[in-house]
Design a protein around this ligand. Structure first.
Ligand code: TRP
Length: 456
């Protein structure tokens, strides 16, 4: 019976471990690096509102669905889907879900590691005082120099990938719990410290207004797609990361409450990061739409101009790098779990092979900032294409099919039994969101922009 399955890769010690691990997966570069810069590029308030709606109406219901699938299958997402499809006699096409997820995850890791490498590099740079007393423009050109230097990028990208390999090779369950339990709260504290600094820049009101004043004239369907894609990215959805963590979740833990907690923590970290960054942007006359470098320009500038900035700054980038690490390991875990099951090789070997491949493909992202900066596909560099393809296309698409599969194909008995929700009202709300809201939202942001471009 489905109820008795347990995963060969292990089980979390408790519901809390799952919360910590899932939060460790969710909170990462997506919150601190990506959320502020795409918010800046897309005009602020209205984008933030759409993003929050996507988290609540699409992200949370799908996250519950992913955990539920994982706990039903107790295997890598690929085999979980294969098994469930067999048990339920559903169309074999649904198995593609697991595959799409694993491929998306692999592709995400290739560039995630490069950006995490920037963060590792900044531990050093901030620590030795590179930014002390520098103005916004100078801090910006130091960042540009990093991007222009393929050797440096390569070094830090490689270091990050080695760290991921070492941890994943040992199994994600050991070790992760303790680290997340102490380092996540510390990261949050330092973000609060930065907000404190931002309050004193004199532009806090302007930064706040940028984030929360809703002006729909700045919104477009493309921006809505970015917001939706980011809701998936930041919650680690649509590729099996949460599914695989769910497969290690003890049977008794309640899925709904747990998922709410993870999503709320994740959203909080992103908003606080925004509150730290935008006041600094405005007080220094920087450009909110500066792009991927936004956080790497604003925050080092703050650290370079505050008391004990070298110390706080180095610590801050240590914690960001750690957050990236706890996300990075969850990005590759579904693929590793599958290789272990499929080829019966040991974990170390599976991890080493996959991470080496991801490292190699990551060279494309390294070079897209310098040697290959001129090679563009419709105006997009290699990095831009990967980012768009994974976050804006593959994750929402996989999420769409997860919603359909759990909402329409799996039997109510199985689903309701697994969720075991106390309140039937909340259960109906969830089911409605999963069956209608989530798929329609994904469809709308896919179809309307195409319609506008080719028909409207
Ligand atoms: N959520 C992480 C972040 O915000 C990144 C991440 C981890 C991820 N696992 C994922 C993104 C799975 C997509 C899919 O940084």
């Amino acid at each position: 019976m489905a109820e008795q399955k347990i995963s060969i890769h292990g089980v979390w010690g408790s519901r809390w471990t799952f919360i910590l691990a899932a939060t460790g997966s969710a909170v990462g570069l997506g919150n601190i690096w990506k959320f502020p810069y795409i918010t800046g590029e897309n005009g602020g308030g209205a984008f933030v509102l759409v993003y929050l709606l996507c988290i609540a109406l699409v992200g949370i219901p799908i996250m519950m669905a992913e955990v539920l699938l994982g706990r039903q299958g107790r295997q890598s997402p690929i085999n979980t889907m294969r098994e469930l499809v067999r048990e339920t006699g559903a169309n074999k096409g649904w198995q593609l879900l697991g595959w799409m997820g694993a491929i998306a995850g692999f592709l995400i890791l290739t560039y995630y590691s490069v950006i995490a490498g920037w963060s590792l590099n900044y531990i050093y740079e901030v620590g030795v005082g590179t930014f002390n007393g520098k103005d916004g423009a100078q801090v910006g050109s130091i960042f540009d120099e990093l991007l222009a230097n393929p050797k440096k990028l390569l070094f830090w990208h490689s270091l990050f990938m080695v760290l991921v390999t070492v941890i994943v090779a040992q199994g994600v369950i050991k070790g992760l719990e303790k680290a997340v339990r102490t380092l996540m709260p510390l990261l949050f504290l330092l973000l609060i410290l930065l907000v404190g600094y931002a309050v004193n820049t004199g532009s806090f009101g302007q930064g706040f207004a940028f984030l929360f004043n809703v002006d729909f004239s700045k919104m477009s369907w493309t921006a809505a797609l970015t917001a939706l894609g980011h809701a998936f990215f930041t919650l680690s959805l649509g590729m099996g990361a949460i599914m695989v963590y769910g497969s290690y979740m003890p049977k008794k833990a309640s899925i709904g409450g747990t998922v709410l907690m993870v999503a709320a923590l994740d959203t909080l970290v992103a908003l606080v990061a925004g509150l730290a960054i935008f006041p600094i942007v405005f007080s220094n006359g920087l450009e909110p739409g500066a792009g991927p470098g936004l956080m790497f320009i604003t925050l080092p500038h703050a650290f370079g101009n505050m008391g004990f900035g070298q110390l706080f700054g180095a610590l801050f980038f240590v914690l960001v790098s750690f957050a990236a690490l706890s996300s990075g390991i969850s990005i590759i875990e579904p693929a590793v779990a599958w290789v272990v099951e499929r080829f019966k090789v040991n974990r170390g070997l599976a991890t080493a092979m996959l991470c080496f491949l991801a490292w190699f493909v990551g060279l494309g992202t390294v070079f897209s900032f310098n040697l290959w900066a001129e090679f563009k596909l419709a105006g997009f560099t290699f990095f831009d294409v990967l980012d768009f393809l994974t976050a804006n296309i593959m994750l929402p698409l996989t999420g769409f099919f997860i919603a359909l599969y759990v909402g329409w194909v799996l039997s109510q008995r199985r689903v309701a039994g697994e969720l075991a929700m106390q309140s039937s009202g909340l259960y109906s709300l969830w089911r409605f969101a999963l069956r209608f809201l989530a798929p329609l939202a994904v469809l709308a942001v896919f179809v309307v922009p195409l319609y506008e471009r080719f028909v409207g």
